[in-house]
Design a protein around this ligand. Structure first.
Ligand code: COA
Length: 395
């Protein structure tokens, strides 16, 4: 039975209870050496039991996996047999977290519970106000979004697909950025769940051909991309990336519009556009040569050179590289201290630094989208995408 089929089964209440069970007690309120205090973790566990709505089996499995990873570390138990459906689903979910640290799992656990609570609170606030959309925080399917210590963290949350960005995820990122721009937080940070930061555009977006054919697909994709990149160009407050692992495609190209990029030493930066019969986006055709000079930008954007975190830092794309073991703690401790700076001064200074470029960036975005809409209908692109899925099917 596949996981999809299993999803249709109702998992036992036992799993629901297990997902929050305090297998290892974290007592006291002191700040640990980790990014998430023991108190936050304890609070998240309490909040979990106060949820009124069942969040569904996928989310419950995720909560279970994060709890296990947070309290025990990477999955170290034997794989249950194929017919032991529930334990197999739980094992798969825990295993899919790979080697993420207990600290990171704790953070993601808190973020996930926080987003579920926020969704319930937002829902009831909307209901009691009798209002429509646009009021209160919103829960996302493909992202974890939380605000704490004046920082909004947007976590790309499809670890099983290396956080590849689906059409729905593009829409959700745009909304999350708009929400962060309107909200009270001072700094907004992107990061990835699991071992990758992001594997770029989900290539299966190209396989969903609408009735109007590839041209219609390219047009809709182009409009979405234009809107997505625009959300970064127009973002009015400091924007940071905490690049926890490899980053590919559009997750790299938009980095030229970030104000700060922290990277784990595990991170790599790869924009394989010509390999895919495509062309650069995210304003990288303008920002990359400006950041690193034409000769180095060309190696990345034309010839698919993958950079290590240290190389990306030497070229100015990355602000600072941290050891993987302390990445989360060090990056967030810096971000927390920056987020305490006067918010108006930060936002206005950022706007000043970017304002000279803004109109140009919109024009670059338009030109890149036009070129890509043509590329997406090309044989070169079609064949490259087919090759990717053929190679996966052979494994
Ligand atoms: N689009 C669609 N699916 C993707 C994806 C993407 N960009 N990146 C990863 N996936 C999927 C894989 O197909 C696989 O799915 P499966 O488990 O159903 O087979 C799953 O995510 C895990 O990826 P896998 O390839 O098994 O992991 P890996 O560690 O061996 O390799 C990558 C990871 C990212 C290097 C590899 O998946 C890849 O090259 N992806 C394409 C990246 C890309 O070209 N992006 C567009 C840039 S413009």
């Amino acid at each position: 039975m596949t996981f999809m089929a299993l999803r249709r089964l109702t998992l036992s209440r036992r799993l629901w209870r297990l997902s929050g069970v305090p297998a290892v007690g974290f007592r006291g309120t002191k700040t640990s050496t980790m990014g998430v205090t023991e108190q936050h973790f304890e609070e998240a566990k309490e909040k979990l039991s106060s949820l009124k709505k069942d969040p569904g089996n996928d989310v419950k499995l995720k909560i279970y996996a994060l709890f296990k990873q947070a309290t025990r570390g990477p999955c170290d138990t034997p794989k249950p047999g194929m017919l032991d459906f529930i334990n197999k689903a739980k094992w798969d979910s825990w295993k899919s977290l790979g080697s993420i640290t207990q600290d990171e799992a704790r953070q993601q656990y808190c973020d996930l519970i926080g987003s579920l609570v926020a969704a319930e609170d937002g829902g009831s606030a909307r209901e009691s106000a009798g209002a429509g959309a646009g009021v209160g925080p919103r829960a996302y399917d493909s992202l974890l979004v939380s605000t704490e210590d004046d920082i909004t963290t947007i976590t790309l949350n499809r670890p099983a697909k290396k956080n590849a960005i689906t059409t729905q995820m593009y829409e959700e990122i745009i909304e999350a950025l708009q929400e962060a721009a309107r909200g009270p937080s001072v700094v907004t940070v992107f990061t990835g769940a699991g071992d990758f930061y992001c594997s770029g555009n989900d290539l299966s977006n190209f396989t969903k051909i609408p009735e109007g054919g590839v041209e219609q697909m390219a047009k809709a994709g182009g409009e979405l991309l234009r809107k997505f990149v625009k959300a970064f160009i127009d973002f009015p407050k400091p924007l940071a990336a905490a690049v926890n692992g490899p980053a590919v495609g559009i997750s790299v190209t938009v980095m030229g519009m970030f104000d700060l990029v922290y990277a784990s030493e595990r991170a790599t930066f790869h924009t394989p556009f010509s390999q895919l019969g495509q062309s650069p986006e995210g304003c990288s055709s303008y920002t990359f040569p400006r950041i690193m000079g034409f000769s180095k930008a060309n190696e990345m954007l034309l010839f698919n050179k993958k950079l290590t975190a240290v190389q990306a830092c030497q070229l100015g794309l990355v602000t600072e590289v941290f050891p993987d073991s302390s990445f989360r703690t060090e990056a967030w401790s810096r971000l927390r201290s920056y987020a305490k700076l006067p918010p108006d001064s930060l936002a206005l200074s950022k706007q000043l630094i970017r304002s000279v470029e803004k109109e140009r960036l919109h024009a670059v975005n338009d030109a890149e989208v036009e070129r890509l809409m043509e590329r997406w209908t090309s044989d070169e692109c079609f064949n490259a995408v087919m090759d990717f899925f053929r190679s996966k099917a052979k494994l």
